[in-house]
Design a protein around this ligand. Structure first.
Ligand code: ADP
Ligand code: MG
Length: 732
């Protein structure tokens, strides 16, 4: 059986306007191992088309191509890839070496695609390269080689998998005559070693040294001559060119060392099938090899890749910084609030939600902000206290005692009025106007609170002041600024008129400012404090005037003195877990309000970060896409060597993966740098840095970097995988 048999092969190219162009017709020819066949014919006669069909690069033909008894038409895509990898070696006129890989890596690429071990791979390649006189060139890049050397590297690459058939399309077309001879001699040696070598050539002179000349004209075979003097010619040529191919000549004398040329072109079908099985079980391009290939390629265009990574990292940096600012600010505020509240007093208020945490619906929260809604009734105080006591029963000896007549009571009441939802609060004081006349000026207050039980003199910013009692109020620094005094202490003792309106009651009473309170993080908020019993008695007076029931103020806050921090933590756990209808202290509520504002702000910033990530993705996509079109030829070469679609996809996806890794690393380093500088600046200006760079922001950004890069690279990678090898190889 012959190695290669073509029967009635007919090939037509489809043209754009549904026409077809017949490139080959009626091709009937057989080839045997050991033959060195020259295909001659004018340009455009169909030589390359024939080679592509034999090489399994083009499956769009009619007729049969039998290789060692197997019809190529029966091969599935996978088997065809394997066929190109194991049975065929391609040599091209323009060498088609991969420019960013070393000579050694160019030769081993065929084995890399089979996931061969590094050691075996290199050993095989060095053996062949040594025989081709390239031992000293293995570390060079293709651009550092002469034409003849390049073609010898290409031949080494074709031989690495010990194929049965070598297809060389004008292998000497780009070489001078001396170098051409070298290459011819090598091809002859290969044929002599038992392989089938089919070579396309323009030169009759080159053709004349082959064992057989097949001439094609207009897609038909018009001549098929065997050269009976072939063996004689081999010997003379070798002797004539003794200067250029010492190594080969020496080896030729001792045929036994010619392992790489003595192809085992066995035609025994069973054995071939066995081989096919073995090969199928062999490995494919590994992720590690793909990474190595990608690193080589990325290194070759490092500026482009570095710029792209910096571009991507900018959006990641802004993302990390945004998150860090968000948590830095909220963290700062809640830290301040924690400092502010007492470690053994827990504050409870109504949260406006039900026990499961669902917001009360509009029908039942129409008056949610009304005092009565926010107030704890006696029954509710009893229920909450009993529930907490049940929860605490088996955990601690501490018990809540809410009965206000019990001298051991540990629950006290508080009351708050957020002015903007429940009424209006202001104080008026006589102040000089522009014309120098005294005028009553009104200062609106945002929040009115009864003084919490944990407030001590330490909370006061004014050493001369004291906690407010009857007929007195305390103010936050912001609320006091309207006195227009230089020192806060000057506010103490000022007499003002307090105006409170809520529900249907209007209270107007003269009071004295007893102190300015440190509200730390909320120092810019307009807050007023008043004594609970004082306010209660004034409301009762008001209710008496209106002939209403004298209920006084109802508690909207419960303060529980927990004795120990552990008890406080236990109760807080219970509230968090089971009582979504309750929330914490005023400070906690203010923190919540601030955090909500910050969150809204953060969402806006996140959207911006998201947009910049999308831009980064598009940038990666464009760059990868351009890279694919730049490397079309390389893709064609890889396919001719037997790379599967998956392998090509893996190579390009790995590259976008590496872009992600690089961008992620750049983002981490730059964020640490920029963040560090920002922290220094903030510390020197504000005395604190509202920037909390948590480690998992970096992990998230790194992961995101990889995810967006890989996703952006998917389309270019699959585009590359789908490229038609024949067209890619024709690309100049
Ligand atoms: P040769 O290698 O002998 O110079 P080719 O095999 O490259 O010739 O081409 C044979 C003929 O087929 C030429 O006329 C060429 O124009 C045509 N041809 C090659 N590729 C295509 C294609 N993709 N589409 C249409 N025509 C093609
Ligand atoms: Mg051609």
């Amino acid at each position: 059986m012959s190695v290669l048999e073509l029967k009635n092969v007919y090939k037509a190219y489809k043209l754009e306007n549904k026409d077809t162009f017949t490139a080959l017709s009626d091709i009937n020819v057989t080839f045997d191992k050991g033959e060195l066949v020259s295909i001659v014919g004018e340009s455009g006669s169909g030589k390359s088309t024939l080679m592509n069909l034999i090489g399994g690069l083009d499956s769009d033909y009619t007729g049969t191509i039998n290789v060692s008894g197997h019809d190529l038409k029966d091969f599935k895509d996978k088997e065809l890839d394997d066929y190109r990898k194991k049975k065929i070696g391609f040599v091209f006129q323009s060498f088609n070496l991969i420019p960013h890989l070393s000579v050694l890596d160019n030769v081993t690429i065929g084995l890399t695609l089979s996931n061969e071990k590094e050691g075996i791979k290199n050993q095989k390649a060095i053996e062949i390269l040594t025989k081709l006189g390239l031992k000293d060139q293995i570390k060079k890049k293709p651009t550092q080689l002469s034409g003849g050397q390049k073609q010898r590297v290409a031949i080494a690459r074709a031989l690495i998998n010990d194929p049965d058939i070598i297809l060389a399309d004008e292998p000497t077309g780009a070489l001078d005559s001396g170098t051409s001879h070298q290459i011819l001699d090598i091809l002859k040696e290969i044929a002599d070693g038992g392989k089938l070598v089919i070579m396309v050539t323009h030169s009759e002179k080159v053709a004349s040294v082959s064992s057989r000349i097949v001439e094609i004209s207009d897609g038909r075979i018009v001549r098929d001559n065997k050269n009976n003097d072939y063996k004689k010619i081999i010997n003379t040529t070798l002797l004539n060119n003794s200067k250029s191919i010492y190594t080969l000549k020496n080896n030729h004398l001792n045929n036994s060392t010619y392992s790489f040329l003595s192809a085992d072109a066995d035609t025994n079908t069973k054995q071939v099938q066995q081989e096919k099985k073995n090969e199928a079980s062999k490995g494919h391009l590994s992720f590690l090899s793909a990474i190595k290939l990608s690193i080589h390629n990325m290194w070759a265009s490092k500026i482009k890749n570095i710029l792209m990574s910096i571009g991507v990292s900018i959006s990641l940096i802004s993302m990390i910084l945004m998150l860090s600012f968000g948590s830095g600010l909220t963290g700062y505020i809640s830290d301040q609030a924690a400092d502010f509240s007492n470690p053994t007093i827990i504050t409870l208020s109504k949260s406006g939600k039900d026990r499961d945490g669902n917001k009360l619906t509009s029908s039942d929260n129409s008056d949610i902000n009304a005092i009565t809604r926010r107030a704890f009734s006696d029954a509710e105080i009893k229920e909450v206290s009993d529930d907490i006591n049940n929860y605490l029963a088996d955990k601690t000896d501490f018990k809540i005692i809410y009965d206000q007549n019990d001298e051991n009571k540990n629950v006290s009441y508080g009351f708050s009025v957020p002015a903007f939802t429940m009424g209006t609060i202001s104080y008026t004081s006589p102040k000089e106007n522009e014309d120098g006349e005294l005028e009553e000026l009104s200062t609106p207050i945002l929040y009115l609170y009864t003084t919490p039980p944990y407030y001590t003199e330490k909370k006061l910013l004014t050493p001369d002041g004291h906690l407010c009692k009857e007929n007195e109020i305390m103010l936050s620094a912001a609320a006091a600024q309207f006195f227009g005094v230089k020192e806060l202490d000057d506010c103490v003792g000022k007499e003002v008129n307090l105006n409170i309106t809520f529900d249907k009651y209007h209270i107007r009473l003269p009071v004295t400012v007893s102190a300015i309170v440190d509200v730390s993080v909320f120092s810019s908020a307009m807050i007023m404090y008043i004594d609970y019993d004082f306010l209660d008695s004034r409301i009762k007076m008001e209710q008496a005037k209106e002939n209403d029931e004298q209920t006084g103020i109802v508690p909207t806050l419960l303060f529980i003195e927990t004795e120990t921090k552990d008890n406080k933590d236990l109760i807080e756990d219970y509230i968090k877990e089971y009582r979504k209808d309750l929330s914490g202290s005023v400070e906690e509520q203010l923190v919540k309000m601030f955090t909500e504002m910050l969150n809204t702000f953060s969402i806006a910033l996140t959207v911006i970060a998201g947009i910049s990530l999308a831009v980064a993705m598009i940038m990666i996509l464009v760059v990868m896409y351009m890279s694919v079109s730049e490397r079309t030829k390389e893709i064609g070469v890889l396919k001719s060597i037997g790379a599967r679609k998956k392998d090509i996809k893996l190579i390009f996806s790995t590259e976008s993966f590496l872009v992600g890794v690089l961008s992620g690393i750049a983002a981490i380093i730059l964020t640490l740098l920029i963040g560090g500088i920002l922290i220094l600046i903030f510390n020197s200006i504000l005395g604190f840095a509202p920037l909390r760079m948590l480690w998992y922001y970096f992990v998230e950004a790194f992961g995101l970097s990889i995810v967006i890069s890989v996703i952006a690279g998917l389309y270019p990678a699959s585009k590359a995988a789908k490229l038609d090898p024949v067209e890619s190889l024709r690309r100049e």
